[in-house]
Design a protein around this ligand. Structure first.
Ligand SMILES: *[C@@H]1O[C@H](CO)[C@@H](O)[C@H](O)[C@H]1NC(C)=O
Ligand SMILES: *[C@@H]1O[C@H](CO)[C@@H](O)[C@H](O)[C@H]1NC(C)=O
Ligand SMILES: *[C@@H]1O[C@H](CO)[C@@H](O)[C@H](O)[C@H]1NC(C)=O
Length: 392
């Protein structure tokens, strides 16, 4: 075990999960040294919730695995606990991706809240303190994915997520979302009277994330701030010049804060307005190229119009499983990447399978001079760790 340099770090994360305290040294203790720069010559490989095709989403291991597999950016959703801690978690409820159901002591915490116009029932993140959230364990969202890591890893904080990116042995960007800001600001109050968006930006600034797209500082610590809520992005613009991405939901879903329709926010006049605040848009891919009976239909002009406004386009979410691949791609995830990169011409891709996108890009447009690295070493270390844990 002593030869595995990574293990003390892994053990700290485990311990931290059981005590509810942050034992991981923050900020990064690793000395400034030369790191392989972020590639900026081909579309960005954005590891959606980490390498969540393999490892439960938004956990430290999902992010470390994504880094090992070649992610340019690790992506996360930021929510807030009852006591105001910013954490990495996608759903407003804990039901689908944690073991909350096993915690009988929390059984009375089930609530129904109206979230974005619908009543949602479950165990809400905003009703639990950070220490309580740290006592839970995360599980795989999809039954058809690897379940062996269920119950092994805890929820991490925004700061722990940042530490993982800063400690990577090359420059890896972060891509955090201001998630459900209306819901968070309704349920979580900070003593200093600040809003969720303020706390979010404060955290980025605290760890040195600042500077316009492609500035020297940005290239050292790349970040894209993302949100479905235009008012959050506009507010964040007053606090930081870091680049922002406006996420766009399905055509039937209005914006959560301003109640604007898909058609309104993808109009030329709106793109003209929002480009003052954002560097790009992040639409669901099926709205760019609509589908019919699981076949691709005629592509819209959204990418061309966004590019005409000098906006990047980072569509979501690319998933390897056949059930997510339209028939045109004949069950070949590489064919789908190829279509979106070469035919549609997007600038970044959110994927659950960073490793696959990386392989595709290395085969078609390799990073010049990069040495081939062994990309199964981390999985091996995790397996050893789990084995030693199970014996305790
Ligand atoms: C949610 O439930 C409350 C209480 O039953 C009800 O008043 C409200 O109309 C419901 N909202 C929606 C969007 O269904
Ligand atoms: C949102 O807009 C729709 C369509 O204009 C309208 O019917 C609905 O009442 C609005 N909802 C809110 C909460 O304002
Ligand atoms: C990659 O690393 C694993 C675990 O350390 C090892 O078992 C495997 O042989 C290595 N593969 C190559 C090609 O070096």
């Amino acid at each position: 075990m002593a030869s595995l340099g990574f293990v003390p770090f892994l053990l700290l994360l485990f311990l931290e999960g059981t005590t509810g305290r942050s034992l991981y040294p923050l900020p990064s203790k690793i000395e400034n040294k030369y790191k392989q720069p972020l590639q900026t010559f081909r579309p960005y490989n954005i590891a959606h919730r980490g390498s969540n095709g393999e490892i439960p989403e938004e956990t430290s291991f999902a992010y470390m695995r994504a880094i090992e597999e070649g992610a340019d950016f690790i992506e996360t959703d930021i929510l807030a606990s009852k006591d105001g801690a910013l954490i990495c978690f996608h759903d407003v409820t804990l039901d689908d991706t944690t073991d909350i159901a096993k915690h009988k002591d929390f059984a009375h915490r089930k609530r129904t809240y109206e979230v974005q116009g619908s009543n949602v029932t479950g165990f809400f993140v905003v009703d639990f303190t950070l220490a309580e959230l740290k006592s839970l364990r995360v599980k795989q969202r999809y039954k058809f994915r690897d379940q062996q890591y269920n119950g092994k890893f805890s929820i991490i904080t925004f700061e722990e997520f940042i530490a993982i990116a800063l400690d990577a042995n090359r420059i890896v960007g972060i891509y955090p979302e201001i998630k459900n800001p209306v819901h968070i600001n309704e349920h979580v109050k900070w003593a200093d009277g600040k809003k969720f968006e303020d706390k979010f930006v404060e955290t980025l600034l605290k760890y040195g994330y600042k500077g316009a797209y492609m500035s020297d500082n940005w290239l050292k610590q790349p970040v894209f701030i993302q949100s479905f809520a235009p008012t959050s992005l506009i507010h964040a613009s007053k606090l930081t010049d870091s680049p922002k991405i406006f996420l766009i939901d399905d055509v039937t879903i209005p914006t959560q804060d301003t109640n604007q329709s898909y058609w309104e926010i993808t109009s030329d006049s709106y793109l003209e307005f929002i480009k003052e605040y954002v560097i790009g848009i992040g639409p669901w891919k099926d709205t760019i190229v609509p589908t019919h009976n699981n076949y691709l239909s005629v592509a819209t002009d959204l990418v061309a119009r966004a590019h005409a406004h000098n906006l990047q386009v980072h569509p979501y979410t690319f998933r390897n499983e056949n059930m997510f691949l339209h028939f045109d791609f004949h069950e070949d995830a590489y064919a789908e990447f190829d279509y979106w990169v070469k035919t549609v011409g997007v600038d970044g891709l959110f994927t659950d399978f960073t490793g696959s996108l990386h392989q595709y890009q290395e085969w078609t447009t390799p990073v010049p001079g990069k040495d081939d690295k062994n990309s199964s070493a981390l999985l091996h270390k995790i397996a050893l760790l789990i084995l030693s844990q199970d014996k305790v």
